[in-house]
Structure formats: structure tokens, C-alpha cells
Design a protein around this ligand. Sequence first.
Ligand SMILES: *Cc1c(COP(=O)(O)O)cnc(C)c1O
Length: 474
Amino acid sequence: MFDRPTPFRLDPRALSEAFDGVAADVLARAAGRASEPVAGAGSPDALARLVAGGVPAAGRPLGEVADELRDVVLAARARTDHPRFFAFVPSPVSPVAWLADALTSVHNPHLGARRQAEGPAAVERALIRWLAQALGLPEGAGGLFVSGGSMANLAAVVAARDAKLTPATRGDGVAYVSAESHVSVARALRIAGLLDRQIRVTPVDAALRMDARALAAQIAADRAADLTPFLLVATAGSTNVGAVDPLPQLAEIAARENLWLHVDGAYGASIALSPAKRGLLAGIEHADSVAWDAHKWLFQTYGTGMLLARDPARLSASFGIEAAYLDDAGSDGPDFWDLGPELTRPARALKLWLTLQVMGLDAVGAAIEHGFRLAEAAERAVRATPGWEVATPAQLGVVTFRYAPEALPQKAAEGAMRRAAARLFDEGFAAVGATRVAGRPALRICALHPEATEADMAETIRRLDAHAQEISGL
Ligand SMILES: *Cc1c(COP(=O)(O)O)cnc(C)c1O
């Protein structure tokens, strides 16, 4: 006989108090995140002490460690969900998503296969079908939730490789991306076994969209060299400037040339849920696969992306598995673990489901359109401020611009611009990204937060200008 260990036996009052602390966070943050600083440094000393402490032999009180997590660990982070976090792609998470995250975590369904979790599986399948429909993909389209755009791009690239190339042609297969494609696409191609010589970077036009004529010329040259063009990756909403590639022309080329058309809509596909903006995605319905992130413009916590496929059988052809120890799962057709590279999967769809149900489609559309307006407001503010110029106009919630007063040499202006953005961040007001547009340094605002206002945009530009003038001595 041996004693039963009791590591999970917790004093119910301590557990309840710890969750009360979380509930207090929820209420405070749901009431408005604008009062927090954009960047919290926390206490570097306390953080260093905490992590140096390692793991104790005897357990410590739950409340004490939970407070440390909140006050020392989580405090030291950029608030990417702050209304004035405009760098990267911000994360304007709905408080409703937090609730579904908690529920999902407490019940922890295993979503490798339907039979393990019929309820969550039904929701995931229904959402995937609904999202596919929103893009205009045909009835039989399918797919699954993945951790994000990078994984969706990777799985799509693998499916494309297996659908279009044979063992004999794999070494000669050529994939086309644009100079503005997200870096995760080239990485996906490399992971899928392509060599650099099999990746063509197609030039972009003046609006930084893939140049369809240049693409056609590249394909012709590759065919003439006995290579096998097989994959075209278009972008719907480029991360840097919000550009949408000319999807109708690209789809036509893909069809004519027998290429798999993957559309990276990790950032931009969400605009399909806005009746006013979905026209910008025209042509996406021809895609063989689409990557779409819910943790960007669909208000979810990180780790929530979708891969949609016109023909899900192409996914199971690449990812389908069989194993004796999985037999019990029973099978009527491909399961989630047959459609992508993961086996054990969390129920990522539930938070998006709860959010969409609670918000309703009208509010989702309005929230997305608000992002467009925020970037347009920032563009207007830039145009109204002497010494500043727009690099790329507001598109899909993104605007890029630069400091270029006539009185300053270019290098000095660029330095002042960069330091002005750093100062704005340090003072905790707003995070604006630094980037390059057509090779030249610029600042980038990506504004998606439903709680951000036109005044926020104007004040951000006003402060940037004041800092830049002071730094450059103008
Ligand atoms: C963000 C993004 C990705 C990568 O998605 P992750 O969710 O960060 O992995 C890919 N493509 C585009 C266009 C993106 O904006």
C-alpha cells in the first residue's frame, strides 16, 4: 500500500480568492485599457530575483505566486492590446474571448479527433464552413484552426507541394511569392524542402502589389528552363502597408498555369466580415487555400488562426495519419489530426464562436470598418502636419509616413523620426512601428482597436511631430 499524493488539493478559499483576483483584472481591463501605459517595464530587479529563485522543493501559497505572475511577470510587457498600440499587428482582444479561453482551459477538450470532443468539434467545423463561405469558397471547402498564420501558411505550402509535384518533379518545382510577402511564407517554403533556387520573388507595382505581368514573365522563363511552376502565394492585406494583391488577375494566371493559389490573408481576410469592405477581397474565392488569423483583426487571444482549403482532401492527402493507438478514435472520414501537422489540439474555435455570437455580425463589421477609419484619420493628421509626408496611404487599417522637413538632410530626419517614435513609446502614450517602405525608413501605424478614437490618432501624430522637432532642433 502506498499513500495517494494530494498535489491538487487546494484550500477552496485560496482558489476562490485567486480567481477573484483574475476577475478583478477582467473587470478593470474590460472597462478600458486606454488608461494603462502602452509599455509596462515592470520592475526588472524583481523579475530577475523571481526567475533566479527557480522552483522550490516545498510548494508556496497559490495567491502569493499568482500575484507575482501578475505584478512582476505580466507587468513587464508591451500592451499589444492597448488602444494605442499601433506597432506590429496589434491585438485588440475582446474581453469575451478571455471568458471562452478560461472555459476552454478549465474543460480542456482534446480536439485531435471529433469523437474525443463532439461539441467543440461541431463548433469548429461549423465555424470553418461559415468562414469559408464568407470568402466565397465552394460548399465542400474545409480546414481547421491552427496556432496562427505561420502554421497556416506552412500547412498550405505542404499541401500545394504534394498536390502539384511528384517525387520526380519536386526538385524542379518553383513557388512564386512577392517582395512584400510575409516572411513566414519563405520560411514555410524552406521547411517544406524547397531550396532558394526554387523560390521566385516577384516584383511589386507602385502600390506594392504583386505585379501580375512580371509574374507571367517569370513563369514563362521557368517553363522554358524546364522547371515546374506549382505554387503562387498572393497576399490579401500585406503586413507592412495593408496592400491587397490583384487577386482576380493572379487567380487567372494560377488557373491557366495549373498553380496552387494560396492567399495569405492572415492579416486582411477578416475584412470579409464587413459588407462595406469585403469587395476589396474580390478574387479570393478562387483560392485553393487561405491563411486567416483570428488573433489579429477578429479580436482573439494569441494562438488562434485558421487554414481554409477549397478541397480538404488535399490536406488529408498530406497530413493523414494511421496508428494502432489512434484506432479507438473511430473514424468516418478525415479528422482534425488528418488535416494539419498537429495531433493534440486545443479547442481554439470556441473563443471565436463566443465572440461572434455575443458581438453579432453587425458589430464585427462595424469594428473592422473602424480600423479603416482610424488609419485614415492618422493619414489626414500626417498630411496636415508640415514636415511630414505619407509613404503609403491608409489601407486596411495601415498607414506609413515619414518625417522629411525640407530644412533637414534625409539622414538627420530619419534619425529624429526614429527617436521620436521611441520617445512616444517610452512615455507610454503610443507604440508606432518603424519600417521601410520601398527601401526608405518610415513609421507605420496599424490601428485596429475598437476603443481607439480619432483624437488618439491626431494626438499620436501631434506628439511625434513635437518630439521630432525638439530632437532635430527645428
Ligand atoms: C501576421 C502575419 C503572418 C504570420 O502569422 P502569425 O499568426 O504571426 O504566425 C503571415 N502573413 C501575414 C500577412 C501576416 O500579417
